[in-house]
Design a binder for this molecule. Structure first.
Ligand code: SAM
Length: 214
């Protein structure tokens, strides 16, 4: 039995379609991935609410709308090589895994990386290559990437990540201060970043070796 299926459909209609998410493949992926499996049993009844939730280690699973918006911003047609920074619970990872077989994900917290890998395996997502580490360094061994998604807030775009993006590639990242950021989406064109700003958002900080990445 696919539990929470009705609740998930409602979430897709009310939180995503009604707010302007249009990409049918994104809506399908959001309707398919069982978000409740990425949170603690005690929080499962709130898994389809319009908010982030705690996942341990002081981190959060992102709000469904934000996951859908960021996925849509990547304009995935299938088959792109994607790097995700900030695996967290693995929920956004699973949504991305619905689009591509070439998916790499980096998480700083070993505890979260372990738990996300176990959930993804349990759900049959065998197409994710993940590691524990500092995502601000990217993943040079597998670069360049067609898409890079950063799911934590940074004061600026880490140049190393931009360097690991192919020409024509897209990078999405929340940029701003600790309290509020703007979701920025940039395309690499002739080695330069063409950026557009989508919406204000609040993400947990992207942490580098020395703490916050400034
Ligand atoms: N998208 C995730 C989900 O659906 O559960 C939520 C990601 S959470 C908002 C941000 C994650 O980024 C946290 O798990 C945090 O540990 C991780 N993080 C912060 N700095 C990082 C870094 N430098 N490298 C990799 N992961 C980092």
């Amino acid at each position: 039995m696919n539990s929470f299926q009705g609740t998930r459909q409602e979430m897709v209609r009310q939180q995503l379609e009604d707010r302007g998410i249009r990409d049918a493949r994104v809506l399908d992926a959001m309707a398919k991935v069982p978000r409740h499996r990425f949170v603690d049993a005690a929080l499962q009844s709130r898994a389809y609410g319009d908010h982030a939730l705690p996942i341990g280690a002081g981190q959060t699973i992102s709000q469904p709308y934000m996951v859908a918006l960021m996925t849509e911003a990547l304009q995935l047609s299938g088959g792109e090589k994607v790097l995700e920074i900030g695996t967290g619970s693995g929920y956004q990872t699973a949504v991305l895994a619905e689009f591509t077989q070439r998916l790499f994900s980096i998480e700083r917290s070993a505890e979260l990386a372990r738990s996300a890998a176990a959930t993804l395996k349990d759900l049959g997502y065998s197409n994710v290559i993940s590691k524990t580490g500092d995502g601000t360094l990217g993943w040079p061994e597998h670069a360049p990437f067609d898409r890079i998604l950063v799911t934590a807030g940074a004061p600026e775009i880490p140049p190393t990540l931009f360097d690991q993006l192919v020409e024509g590639g897209i990078l999405a990242i929340p940029v701003g201060d600790r309290d509020v950021q703007t979701l920025e989406v940039m395309v690499r064109k002739d080695g330069k970043a063409l950026s557009k700003r989508l919406i204000e958002c609040t993400f947990v900080p992207l942490l580098g070796k020395e703490g916050w990445t400034r």
